[in-house]
Design a protein around this ligand. Structure first.
Ligand SMILES: [Zn+2]
Length: 235
């Protein structure tokens, strides 16, 4: 069903706007500030991992609720096969992309906690993880050349973003690794059936992974991983 505020779920097509137009990278301000922020994130993440409930039905953080037919962590488990490929002229290293995607999807802080297991296959996978040149992303109906995008079965990670991160993460001195984990989890979240979350009322202070963190954190702490209330899927 389409909504006016979210044009992300129409006729099975999920469109993600996860990055800003500008790809200027401000790498300044690192050092102490970066360390402080990294420390805050680490502490927050630790609290999040250790101190929150897995029970999605008791969501207290204001993030997305599962839909009626959603499968919930702990109640079922499914395997999603995926392929790795590139599209167009990219500057990113495809083997590095493959490695980071695999590590992120297998991470115990990620969608694995929702009961989803991802297995890379050489061909025939149900999810196609693609590191794509901007013009190739923009060639998909409803996608922008400057953004990442999900159009089933494609999860298109914009190569320019992959290489430069987002302004919001860069401004905080966060690493490219943090950004890459976030963009993978965010886009795969769309693949799993998630729309955007537009508020930052999570209780923990951590941003939902389905918040468009690339374009702004709305006062949240950056967070590359799905929150407990996001641990569901509909496909
Ligand atoms: Zn998105």
């Amino acid at each position: 069903m389409c909504t006016t505020s979210e044009k992300f779920r129409c006729k099975g097509t999920y469109i993600s706007i996860i990055s800003q137009i500008s790809i200027n990278v401000n790498r300044g301000g690192r050092g102490i500030i970066q360390d402080m922020i990294s420390g805050l994130v680490a502490i927050a993440m630790q609290t999040f991992v250790l101190g929150t409930s897995m029970d999605v039905t008791a969501v207290a953080d204001g993030v997305a609720k599962p839909t009626a037919n959603a499968s919930i962590q702990g109640t079922s488990e499914r395997t999603i096969t995926y392929t790795i490929s590139s599209k167009g002229v990219i500057t990113g290293n495809i083997e590095e992309f493959r490695k980071i995607v695999a590590e992120t999807l297998a991470d115990n802080k990620g969608w694995k906690r929702a009961g989803v297991k991802f297995v890379e296959v050489a061909s025939g996978g149900s999810m196609w993880m693609v590191l794509a040149a901007g013009n190739e992303v923009g060639a998909f109906n409803g996608c922008s050349a400057t953004l990442s995008c999900v159009v089933y079965p494609y999860v298109l990670i914009n190569d320019a973003r992959w290489m430069s991160g987002s302004d919001s993460y860069n401004a905080l001195g966060l690493s490219l690794s943090n950004y890459r984990q976030m963009v993978i989890n965010h886009e795969v979240g769309h693949y799993l059936g998630h729309n955007h979350i537009t508020t930052c009322e999570t209780g923990t202070g951590l941003a939902p992974v389905m918040l468009q963190q690339s374009t702004g954190l709305l006062g949240c702490l950056p967070n590359p991983w799905p929150l407990p209330g996001e641990l569901w899927y509909t496909r």
